[in-house]
Ligand binder design. Structure first.
Ligand code: ING
Length: 312
């Protein structure tokens, strides 16, 4: 009998600078209830789900940034209602937030919370896009390299709701290595929250092309690693700065099972056959039978591309 898990992607519309933790948590609780009515047992929320995407703002006062956007505890009194409701409904969830550790470290973090309300897994974002310097002439900033440290927990998986589940965050989906490390640990489901600007801050890029990239990456990463992939957006115009939606649940076959329609609060849900990947893992993507790591050394040893002298 194939294992099934009804998974929901709980997309969040805009959170503005003026929005409180309390109001954000209230919307997340409402999305959780919607997911429950759809029969979901696992809900994937977005990256940085309790605040606006603050890396778009240059804020030199770190104490102000810490106070306004970072969580010293998760759950905290303001976010506790989400954990209470999930426990009451018997739902496990993934959620992203800005973590400030007791040692003063700053991470873009995601956690896996069991239906009993306990945090069973933590991931700290490794691929931090954007820049650390102020770009005063740019329409907006993308200061993840300023506000966050590179995560040091690695890419890991956990036994979760009778599946092997891994976590990634946003820009990680642009780096195939991240998915492969999870798949090499047996990942069957990958949860990924994202906040992706509609506009490219570096050069003019058609917004439809950015969505195209998002969708082809999701489908190829799910297929090439024979995993379910749930990618959930925080989206819409936050203080006028638009981010795209297109939350998706992608099957190990690479097919989009369901996709969100709006750039607002919206829940999509699918009854995922976790064993759908069995044939792929046994044949086409039987890693043990087909991979040749002895030829992959450059992937680990080299950071940037290098052109050898004879090819210059
Ligand atoms: N956001 C974006 C992402 O990777 C980005 C940043 C967009 C980088 C487009 C490069 C191109 O989807 C986050 N939060 O990583």
């Amino acid at each position: 009998m194939a294992r099934h898990l009804r998974i929901a992607s709980a997309q969040l519309g805009p959170l503005h600078l003026a929005d409180s933790r309390k109001s954000a948590t209230g919307r997340l609780v409402a999305l959780l209830r919607d997911a429950h009515m759809m029969g979901a047992k696992f809900v994937v929320f977005p990256e940085l789900a309790f605040t606006t995407f603050f890396p778009r703002w240059w804020m030199p006062d770190q104490d102000e940034v810490d106070a306004k956007f970072f969580e010293r505890a998760m759950p905290s009194p303001e976010t506790q209602p989400l954990f209470d409701e999930a426990k009451k409904l018997g739902i496990g969830f993934y959620i992203g937030y800005a973590e400030l550790t007791p040692q003063g470290e700053h991470f873009n973090t995601a956690i896996l919370v069991a239906p009993e309300g306990t945090v069973v897994g933590k991931y700290r974002k490794i691929h931090l896009p954007g820049h650390a310097d102020h770009k005063p002439d740019a329409a907006f900033q993308h200061l993840e390299k300023k506000y966050f440290q590179v995560g040091e927990l690695g890419f890991r998986v956990w036994r979760f709701l009778d599946t092997i589940t891994g976590m990634l965050i946003c820009n990680d989906r642009r780096w195939p290595e991240a998915f492969r490390v999870l798949a090499l640990q047996g990942a069957e489901v990958v949860a990924l929250g994202f906040n992706t600007p509609t506009e490219n801050l570096h050069y003019p890029e058609p917004p439809a092309l950015r969505v195209h990239h998002h969708l082809i990456m999701a489908q190829s990463m799910a297929f090439q690693n024979a995993t379910w992939l749930v990618e959930t957006a925080k989206c819409g115009a936050e203080d006028g700065f638009r981010m795209f939606g297109h939350s998706v649940i992608v099957a190990p076959t690479g097919e989009i099972a369901v996709k969100s329609q709006s750039e607002e609060d919206e829940v999509i849900c699918f009854n995922c056959d976790i064993d759908l990947a069995a044939n792929l893992k046994r044949t086409m993507f039987n890693f043990a039978a087909h991979r040749r790591p002895e030829h992959y050394r450059l992937i680990v040893e080299r950071v940037g591309a290098e052109i050898t002298p004879e090819n210059r």
